[in-house]
Design a protein around this ligand. Structure first.
Ligand code: NAP
Length: 278
């Protein structure tokens, strides 16, 4: 069965839209986009259109590819101080000359809509209330929407990035799954993935996960977005793996729309938390 991220996101967004309509002002998101990477431009436009449809106020600050670190720092500081701004999003990847870690941590963690700030990552790893990274959060929202049991399941995550693999593993652990994190140095990956009840692929290699790596009846979550011959392809060989998986996310229309939905939910959460601090 297909885990339809598009439809699920639409359903969850309808509920969010109703809650946003009750707020005394529109939640405001400032997106900082640097350079002209086509994938980043397309993600930012999706974020803009979806948040706007939900009644949120989104503004894109499109900066030159060669912009100085100081200019970006100043802009972040300005948004940090602006009480009308609820969320700040620094679109990744950044050009190499910029200090991504420094810029990300300069964002007031109370406005960190992506959940990438060191404080928010720390809150996740201490199992405390905080903003969760959008892609892992979107994955959990999708599985919950389809009422897929998590407790006691063996979850295998391929990938250990700070934005997907590591946080999603922690979120599954917090839901009482037994979690194995694998990466490029893992030996005999296939023997591990074959024991997964839930397999999450966050690698960035087209069709990396093949049918022989997957247990019959497993739930397969494909995070990968790879462009092959101008088409979007996931990290999972969908055509063949879908023959044996009980549930599987497609690419596109799987994890992608859920990530954007989770971002909008994070912005709403930032607004509510910000208002309660006033
Ligand atoms: N759908 C969405 O909304 C969304 C959001 C974010 C990312 N993505 C996509 O998800 C994919 C992963 O993104 P990311 O940011 O997590 O990527 P990343 O930072 O490049 O991390 C990739 C991970 O895959 C591991 N890996 C690479 N080759 C491997 C192999 N042969 N066997 C096992 N593990 C291997 C790496 O291991 P090492 O740590 O050992 O190098 C690393 O941990 C990309 O395609 C990205 O575009 C999608």
């Amino acid at each position: 069965m297909i885990l339809d991220g598009r439809k699920t996101a639409d359903t969850l967004n309808e509920l969010l839209k109703e809650k946003v309509a009750l707020l005394k002002r529109k939640p405001k998101l400032e997106i900082i986009l640097i350079g002209n990477d086509p994938a980043s431009l397309s993600y930012v436009n999706s974020k803009l259109s979806q948040a706007s449809n939900l009644g949120m106020d989104v503004h894109i600050n499109h900066l030159d590819e060669f912009v100085k670190n100081e200019i970006v720092s100043d802009l972040i500081t300005q948004f940090n101080q602006d009480h009308a701004v609820d969320g700040i999003l620094l679109q990744l990847p950044l050009p190499k000359h910029l200090d991504g870690n420094q810029l990300m941590d300069l964002i007031d963690f109370h406005k960190d809509v992506d959940g990438f700030h060191t404080v928010n990552q720390g809150l996740l790893f201490q199992k405390k209330d905080g903003i969760r990274p959008a892609t892992p959060k979107g994955i959990m929202m999708l599985l919950d929407h389809y009422q897929i049991p998590i407790e006691g399941m063996h979850v295998v995550v391929i990938g250990r990035s700070q934005i997907v693999g590591l946080p999603v593993a922690k979120m599954f652990l917090d839901r009482n799954a037994t979690v194995t994190i694998t990466h490029s140095k893992t030996k005999d990956l296939k023997s591990i993935t074959q024991s997964a009840d839930i397999l999450v692929a966050a690698i960035g290699k087209p069709k990396f996960v093949t049918k022989d790596m997957v247990k019959t009846g497993a739930v397969v979550v494909d995070v990968g977005i790879n462009r092959v011959d101008k088409k979007l392809v996931g990290d999972v060989d969908f055509e063949h793996v879908s023959e044996i998986a009980s549930y599987i996310t497609p690419v596109p229309k799987g994890v992608g729309p859920m990530t954007i939905a989770a971002l909008a939910h994070n912005l709403y959460e930032l607004y509510i938390k910000g208002e309660s601090r006033k």
